[in-house]
Structure formats: structure tokens, C-alpha cells
Design a protein around this ligand. Structure first.
Ligand SMILES: NC(=O)c1ccc[n+]([C@@H]2O[C@H](COP(=O)([O-])OP(=O)(O)OC[C@H]3O[C@@H](n4cnc5c(N)ncnc54)[C@H](OP(=O)(O)O)[C@@H]3O)[C@@H](O)[C@H]2O)c1
Length: 254
């Protein structure tokens, strides 16, 4: 049996939240390269969203933009009533935000913002998309990080929101499997991305991570994109509510 055709997403419509830049832009380009029509959600960086859309079109793919602030339920509703009114087959929830500080210093407003973008938005998007996802054998992929299951310094709010995201993935996975909707997640270790490079401690962080990683390098956006593609395809049909860890083996070492 050959499974090449399982990776052909022609005719599928995919929403990538936070698809304007960073990992989300690479996820959008990967799904488009495999034939999906991609809808790029973002909130502020329109120029970056337009650049990603153009890169997809230049490569022969198809993409639209769907600006919406995922902290606002009314924005999410408007996005599904407007740019996404034809429904979707694939939802990749990649958008995330967070203040880098220990959990015990997180303020109430920072907690709310982080939880709402990183975790609640998945719930609200799935609720809006459910009719089309259920009709079309849809796939939902949540982008998490190692901080959802492990303790990373200065990662309090984000780590807790990723734990909620992974728990939500389990619940939605189980609840929706019988309706033909596949829900899974991928949790990446530190990735070599612009958002990380801007961090003042990037050099030290990268060196520490590489030293502790059996594969002796940082992850790349492409490392994660391949796993997202797998989770968007029938190759992963028998997985329900799981979070795949992709970190070059770092979390297995002490
Ligand atoms: N960086 C890493 O090392 C790493 C490791 C593991 C997992 N991850 C995960 O990978 C994902 C992407 O990370 P990244 O580093 O590429 O992030 P990033 O560069 O900071 O980009 C964040 C994206 O989320 C969007 N976004 C933020 N708040 C939003 C809101 N309220 N409504 C709609 N969109 C919003 C941004 O849109 P605008 O462009 O409009 O601002 C942007 O597209 C995240 O889930 C992150 O937790 C990252």
C-alpha cells in the first residue's frame, strides 16, 4: 500500500491562526504547498500576513487573509461568518501570546490574555467550525510547547495555557472522534524562529538547549510543519486527542 496521496490536500480549506509570521507562516505555506486553500488569520501584522499570502501565491498556491482578534468571541464569530463562511476542513491553532515571567508573578490580565488566545480560542474556533468539520471529516491540530507538560523558567503563563490547550485537545478529540473530526496536538521544544531570536538571552538559551538535546540542534519550523501535515492527513487517522512531542529528544534527558 502506498500512502503518498494521503498528503494531497487539494480541495481542502485550512485555517491557520497566527499564520502571518513565524511558525504559523511556515505551516500555512506547507499546507498550501500540499494543495490546501489556506486562510491566514492574524491580528496586527498585516504586512507580514500579506507577505506570507504572496509567498504562497508565488509558489502556485492559494491563500486568503482573515484578520480577527482571537481574544474576542465576536471577532471569531465574524471571521467564520465572513472569510470562512464556506466552512473549513482543517483548523491549525497556532496563534499564541504570553508574558515571559514565573507563574507566581503573572497578573490577572496577563493570565486572561494568555489563556484566551492560546487555549480558549481553540474552543471557540472549533465551536464555530464544527458543522463543516463534522461534515467533511475535518482535522484540528493545536500547536503546543514543552512548557505544557514541563516547567520552563519564565514561562509560567504560557506553560499553563499550553497545559489547558493539551487537555482541551484530549476532550475535543474524544468528544468529536465519533463525528469524524480528528483532534490532536504537537508540542515543540525551542525553535529557531524570529520570535525566539529577539529574546535578549537567546544565545545562552540556544546553547543550553543544544547541549541538552540528543539531536544536538534547535528545532526548526519545518520540523513542526511536517508533523502538522501528518496530523492534517489520514496518515494519523487512528490518533485521537494526542499531543506529539517534537523536541529532538530533549525532554527525555535529565
Ligand atoms: N518559538 C518557539 O520556540 C516555539 C516552541 C514551541 C512551540 N511554539 C508555538 O508555536 C506557535 C507559534 O510561535 P511563534 O514563535 O511563531 O509565534 P510569533 O512569531 O510570536 O507569532 C504569533 C502569531 O500569533 C498571532 N496572534 C497573537 N495574538 C493574536 C490574537 N489575539 N488574535 C489573532 N492572532 C494572534 C500573531 O499575529 P500578528 O502577526 O498579527 O501579531 C502571529 O501570527 C505558538 O503556539 C507557540 O507557542 C513556539
Amino acid at each position: 500500500m502506498r500512502y503518498d496521496s494521503f498528503l494531497d490536500l487539494t480541495g481542502r480549506r485550512a485555517l491557520v491562526t497566527g499564520g502571518s509570521r513565524g511558525l504559523g507562516a511556515v505551516l500555512a505555506q506547507t499546507l498550501a504547498a500540499h494543495g490546501a486553500h489556506v486562510v491566514i488569520n492574524y491580528v496586527r501584522h498585516e504586512a507580514e500576513a500579506l507577505r506570507t499570502q504572496q509567498a504562497i501565491r508565488d509558489a502556485g498556491g492559494s491563500a486568503d487573509l482573515a484578520p480577527a482578534n482571537l481574544t474576542k468571541p465576536e471577532d471569531i464569530r465574524a471571521m467564520f461568518a465572513g472569510p470562512l463562511r464556506e466552512g473549513i476542513d482543517i483548523l491549525v491553532h497556532n496563534a499564541a501570546i504570553g508574558s515571559f515571567k514565573p507563574a507566581h508573578e503573572v497578573r490577572a490580565n496577563q493570565w486572561d490574555l494568555t489563556m484566551n488566545v492560546n487555549a480558549r480560542a481553540l474552543l471557540l474556533c472549533v465551536q464555530e467550525a464544527l458543522p463543516s468539520l463534522a461534515q467533511r471529516g475535518g482535522r484540528v491540530v493545536a500547536v503546543s510547547s514543552l512548557g505544557g507538560a514541563r516547567v520552563i523558567p519564565e514561562y509560567g503563563a504560557v506553560g499553563v495555557s499550553k497545559a489547558a490547550l493539551e487537555a482541551l485537545t484530549r476532550y475535543l478529540g474524544v468528544e468529536l472522534a465519533g463525528r469524524g473530526v480528528h483532534v490532536n496536538a504537537v508540542a515543540g521544544g525551542l525553535l529557531d524562529l524570529p520570535s525566539v531570536r529577539q529574546h535578549p538571552g537567546f544565545g545562552q538559551l540556544a546553547a543550553d538547549t543544544i547541549r541538552r538535546t540528543p539531536s544536538h540542534r534547535l528545532g526548526t519550523a519545518d520540523d513542526i510543519a511536517r508533523i502538522v501535515l501528518f496530523l492534517c492527513s489520514p496518515l494519523s487517522d487512528w490518533m485521537v486527542g494526542q499531543t506529539l512531542v517534537a523536541d529532538g529528544g530533549m525532554s527525555l534527558t535529565v
